[in-house]
Design a protein around this ligand. Structure first.
Ligand SMILES: [Ca+2]
Ligand SMILES: [Ca+2]
Length: 197
């Protein structure tokens, strides 16, 4: 007697893939200085933050808050964005930018270097830099990047004017081009194999 099997129908498989996609597309709070403490002031030992698919955020304060690491002795924050294989960061933007006392002028300093950290605090130690301020625009083009691929990407944030800046950054992460299509082909192959059983 033949046994009755009930493999996932293609429609159910597709729905489950959508559901799984929804589960992993929520992103994450990578760091919140209010909870997790000050991000490192040591340019050689940034905090590593691993991005997930969707929107990721990190938040903190730079400037005159009692911490150190900036070129003027105020607080700098060093972090390394780790992008897992199969993902890419397509946008880095400021979600919130506020300052207490003083004035950050045209914005606060944001430097980028491809790799795990910085060898020093000179312009020769960074790949590119820009200023960040109260604007939701994607900053990657300002840093000479279309996107950030799999691997490590170091960032240096500091404010050297006599002020205290509170920031929240948003990082948008998506599957690398081609990975989604390959995933879809793999899912179809799985469904096809199940139907032949
Ligand atoms: Ca800080
Ligand atoms: Ca710091």
């Amino acid at each position: 007697m033949m046994t009755s099997r009930s493999p996932l129908s293609p429609a159910a498989a597709a729905l489950s893939l959508v559901w799984i996609g929804g589960q992993v597309a929520n992103g994450a709070v990578l760091w919140n200085e209010g909870v997790d403490g000050d991000l490192p002031g040591d340019f050689n030992s940034p905090q590593t933050l691993v991005v997930t698919p969707g929107e990721n955020t990190f938040s903190g304060r730079v400037g005159e808050n009692g911490n150190t690491g900036a070129t003027d002795g105020s607080d700098a924050d060093y972090l390394t964005i780790m992008v897992p294989d199969g993902l890419e960061v397509i946008s880095l933007s400021v979600q919130r930018f506020e300052f207490a006392v003083g004035d950050p002028g045209g914005g606060s300093f944001l430097a980028y270097r491809s790799g795990s950290g910085f060898a020093g605090q000179g312009f020769g130690d960074i790949d590119t830099w820009t200023l960040f301020f109260d604007s939701p625009l994607n900053l990657l083009p300002d840093l000479g990047q279309n996107s950030l691929g799999a691997g490590q990407h170091a960032f240096w944030l500091q404010e050297t004017n006599p002020t205290l800046v509170e920031y929240v950054f948003s990082i948008q992460t998506v599957p690398e081009p081609g990975v989604g299509a390959l995933g879809g082909i793999a899912a179809l192959l799985v469904v096809g194999r199940r139907r032949r059983i």
